[in-house]
Design a protein around this ligand. Structure first.
Ligand code: BG6
Length: 480
């Protein structure tokens, strides 16, 4: 066996989020979350699965943990559904929902698997949307604080690693997928950054709560991060890439680690009436919430070019490839006078146009550590693909193995260079409901036998990547 550069206690994991795997959307005392409503609409409009059953993890939980243990996982990253533990968003907890996560955590620990718990992964209780439009209202910060205090107190003696809010940067870009936004707000793009500001307050409160309630606990945010490359070496493209980095990446990291908004991004937002309204005391609260690590979700790098402010283009946010046919993307984020995102001609892509770039992983790990100096956990990385279940019951996902191998090799180079990466937890443990493309876009090591319109029995089938990842973990990353 070759030598491994990964530390002995490296957390080899796999990740999911509550609404994307659990199903049982209205069972066991759970009430609807905004994702139940968003995905019901997706089913009607695009034929993508609803969130009612997803991977039925709620009923397959013990089987799933057995499979995780068989794969040799050292960690499992999952999220808690706020609407399962406090179904109305505020008020009485739901004993059955609270018990479900105790059972999951206990089972993980019994199998030697470290739980990494995310407090919030896109699934706000629907009751809070009805009551005050969810994250648009500042009231959500207090309600999140009460929810976070409850959850951290409840599970804090069993859970060391906590993450706060999943992918604020992606929520800003794709706000209608990640939040329920009523039609009357759709043209008010400043609200994207207002929501993000409320999440920054919530994040800081959660960091402080973990430090208050969990002795030895560690907490951090999870950022959806893509390095941004200039399309060419023309100075205006290089400046555009820097601007894009500031608004899409640094704007979040500077808040988590330095307690302030990145100047260049904030000036741009102010000039265009997009900056969040900040109340007295907000920045002090944000600065008080210190993170112990950063969770990073990395799938693809991005590319930017200059966009003149000559009236020919308007501000717009990222488009989506809904079909899985390469090139079928509904436009690129554009900020005239600042930058315009574009396809990188140097990189191959997935079927959904996500650029495949393992060097981007090495680049971002070195860059983030250099600038912020904290330990890093990779909490998502993976390849969405149309997997095929063969007639003899196999899934030959060599393309996924290739993707993961190249990215793990990039992580090992960063570690070898001196970057303290403490976890690699790819997306996803089992197949699940994609946030944008139903269940036919699959990421898992474990195949879930269902289609978008028929949940069947959700039988579990180990893919080729399952066996490959098991060997990777057994060799502590030496055998890729
Ligand atoms: C991340 C999210 O943005 O990317 C996950 O944290 C999501 O929830 C994953 O599933 C992949 O994106 P998608 O749209 O392919 O599901």
């Amino acid at each position: 066996m070759a030598d491994s550069v990964f530390p002995k206690d490296f957390l080899w994991g796999a990740s999911t989020s509550a609404y994307q795997v659990e199903g049982a959307a209205l069972e066991g005392g759970k009430k609807a979350s905004q994702q139940d409503v968003i995905n019901a609409k997706n089913f009607e409009e695009r034929g993508f699965a609803t969130a009612e059953v997803t991977s039925d993890h709620y009923h397959h939980m013990h089987e799933d943990v057995e499979l995780m243990a068989e794969m040799g996982l050292k960690a499992y990253r999952f999220s808690i559904a706020w609407s399962r533990v406090i179904p109305d968003g505020t008020g009485e907890p739901n004993p059955e929902g609270v018990k479900f996560y105790h059972d999951l955590i206990d089972d993980l620990i019994a199998h030697g698997i470290e739980p990494i718990v995310t407090l919030y992964h896109y699934d706000l209780p629907w009751a809070l949307v009805e009551r005050y439009d969810g994250w648009i209202s500042r009231q959500v910060v207090d309600d999140f604080a009460a929810y976070a205090r409850f959850v951290i107190s409840e599970y804090g003696d069993k859970v060391k690693y906590w993450t706060t809010i999943n992918e604020q940067s992606i929520i800003v870009q794709y706000w209608t997928q990640k939040c329920f936004i009523a039609d009357k707000y759709l043209s008010q793009n400043q609200l994207r950054y207002q929501i993000n500001h409320h999440m920054n307050l919530a994040h800081a409160i959660a960091c402080n709560l973990v430090h208050e309630l969990v002795p030895g606990g560690m907490v951090g945010s999870v950022i959806g991060y893509s390095p941004v490359y200039p399309l060419t070496s023309k100075p205006e493209d290089v400046m555009a890439a820097q601007n894009a980095h500031d608004l899409r990446n640094a704007y979040y990291l500077d808040i988590y680690f330095k307690g302030h908004y990145t100047k260049s991004a904030q000036l741009y937002l102010e000039r265009h009436g997009l900056a969040p309204k900040i109340e007295p005391g907000d920045m002090e609260l944000i600065a008080s919430g210190s993170s112990d690590f950063l969770g990073i979700n990395y799938y693809a790098s991005e590319c930017a070019k200059w966009c003149p402010d000559d009236g020919s283009k308007e501000i717009r946010w990222s488009g989506v490839n809904w079909s899985g046919k390469k090139g079928d993307i509904s436009g690129f984020e554009t900020h005239p006078g600042f930058y315009e995102m574009c396809k990188n001609p140097n990189l191959d892509t997935t079927d959904w146009d996500w650029a495949i770039d393992p060097i981007g992983m090495e680049y971002l790990l070195r860059d983030i550590y250099t600038r912020y100096g904290k330990p890093l956990m990779i909490l998502e990385n993976g390849l969405g693909a149309f997997d095929e279940l063969t007639s003899d019951g196999h899934v030959h996902d060599q393309y996924r193995i290739d993707y993961l191998r190249d990215h793990i090799a990039a992580v090992s180079r960063a570690i070898d260079y001196g970057v303290p990466v403490i976890a690699y937890s790819p997306w996803s443990c089992v197949d699940l409901l994609s946030t944008s493309n139903g269940v036919k876009k699959r990421y898992g090591f474990i195949y879930v036998d269902r289609t978008d319109d028929d949940p069947r029995e959700c039988a579990r089938i180990r893919k080729d990547s399952f066996w490959w990842y098991k060997d990777v973990i057994a060799s502590n990353g030496a055998d890729l």
